[in-house]
Ligand binder design. Structure first.
Ligand code: GDP
Ligand code: MG
Length: 440
């Protein structure tokens, strides 16, 4: 899978301080290779990699995530952007019927998608009629009729003797008469693109003036998807695409090519043989699918949400000036808790993991203890931790209030002091390694 191929791209960034010109090169090379191996068109790959490079070099380092995680996010965001950001819904004509023309090679799933789309529209209370213009194979008309019966949608057909253009024209006229909301015209396909098929499709389009021309693309076709899209778009003009057979072992490369080459959105995806197996296309979901990195993306997004750069700088300043107090400590602990398991986060933060590993190994439990003890401190004590190191009675009061022992409070206070001096050392050394001038 593409995600596996990209693994080494992330690896080349792992352990680096930040994304820079020199260390981003090898990561980009891996992205390029991975996309090419996923059969994404070369042009598409070049444009894509150039964009990712620009984004990566200009990126502000986010505290709390590693450079490889941040790079994944950049690649992901660029994938989402190329694929169109949001879902593009099916066109709807001001005056019904909305006319949809299905196009594509034979076996890609046009006829199936025609029925799937009808079922999808019915869930939105839109009535449909299907039109069977594939007269070259008797079974094709039967297939659509059977599907129509299965989902209880009328199918317009004139057998296999009539002319496809006439069938399409009459079918649309019938839909108008019947007050149908959307008429979907299924067409014939060939195994390869051939001029006769293209000419017939162009004639049908000319005759019915569709609001929507959907190119049906088999997700398994990879590199071919690019050429196919270009040919259909140049000769017929498409308004969108349906990417089928995504339930199979497809590499997702087709999604990237179709959008980049035609500039038209993928509107739906087919995820199975059943008529229910159609879903709206969401670029963000497709990007996650291609990258297979959902967890990391969530982590980076959370980190972005929680920490704004100004805050990080403020914290850095506090650390340098030894003003980092128990309130800041609690804030950081809570932030980390929200970002995921404490242990996992601690590993990313060099100083912290080293500081009191035996405590931090206890993860969530430890966080609860610390929270309880800090909550039992007065405002003054939180702001001025020194008050605690010099006063056993204060520590005893906190121990009582939090339900922990005097020793626990003593340990918290001494650990905090140790951590603070460690942070100061790192702070004066020009930021913490791996954090890009950030904070714990
Ligand atoms: P057409 O020649 O373009 O009209 O293609 P069909 O609609 O007849 O579909 C060809 C084959 O692909 C049939 O066996 C379908 O069941 C199958 N098919 C269509 N869409 C999907 C899909 O999304 N997933 C899977 N697994 N099979 C599909
Ligand atoms: Mg068909």
């Amino acid at each position: 899978a593409l995600s596996e191929r990209l693994e080494s791209a992330w690896k080349s960034l792992r352990g680096q301080d930040k994304i820079s010109e020199s260390n981003v090169q090898s990561a980009l090379r891996e992205v390029r290779r991975a996309l090419l191996e996923a059969d994404v068109n070369l042009e598409v790959v070049k444009t894509f990699v150039a964009q990712v490079r620009e984004q990566a070099l200009g990126a502000q380092v986010i505290a709390g995530v590693t450079p490889d995680q941040q790079f994944i996010k950049i690649v992901n965001d660029e994938l989402v952007r190329v694929m169109g950001e949001t879902n593009a819904p099916l066109a709807q004509a001001g005056t019904p019927p909305t006319i949809v023309l299905m196009a594509g090679l034979q076996g890609t799933g046009k006829t199936t998608a025609t029925a799937k789309l009808a079922l999808h529209l019915r869930k939105q209370n839109r009535t449909t009629m299907l039109v069977a213009t594939d007269v070259y194979r008797p079974a094709a008309v039967d297939q659509l009729v059977t599907l129509g019966r299965q989902i209880d949608v009328p199918v317009f057909e004139l057998g296999t003797e009539a002319n496809p253009v006439d069938i399409a024209r009459q079918g649309v006229a019938q839909a108008k008469t019947d007050g149908i909301d959307t008429v979907i015209v299924d067409t014939a396909g060939r195994l390869q693109i051939d001029p006769k098929m293209m000419a017939e499709l162009a004639d049908i389009k000319q005759a019915i003036q569709p609001h929507e021309v959907l190119l049906v693309v088999d997700a398994m076709t990879g590199q071919e998807a690019a050429n196919l899209t270009r040919t259909f778009h140049d000769e017929i003009g498409i308004t969108g695409a349906v990417l089928t057979k995504l339930d199979g072992d497809s590499r997702g490369g087709a999604a990237l090519s179709v959008r980049q080459i035609s500039g038209q959105p993928i509107k739906f995806v087919g995820v199975g043989e059943k008529v229910e197996a159609l879903q709206p296309f969401y670029p963000d979901r497709m990007a996650s699918r291609i990258l297979g990195m959902g967890d990391v993306l969530t982590l980076v997004e959370k980190a972005q949400e929680e920490i704004d750069i100004a805050d990080a700088e403020k914290m850095q300043k506090k650390i340098m000036e030894a003003e980092f107090d128990f309130d800041d400590f609690l804030k950081q602990m809570r932030l980390m808790k929200r970002m995921g398991s404490l242990g996992g986060i601690m590993k990313m933060i060099p100083g912290m993991g080293k500081l009191s590993s035996e405590q931090l190994e206890q993860g969530e439990t430890q966080l609860k203890r610390v929270e309880a003890m800090i909550n039992s401190m007065t405002r003054q004590e939180r702001k001025n931790p020194k008050l605690l190191s010099g006063s056993p009675s204060r520590r005893r009061r906190i121990a009582k209030g939090s339900g922990y022992g005097d020793k626990d409070v003593g340990k918290l206070v001494s650990d905090f002091q140790k951590m603070r001096s460690l942070m100061q050392q790192m702070g004066s050394g020009g930021g913490m390694p791996g954090m890009g001038g950030g904070m714990p």
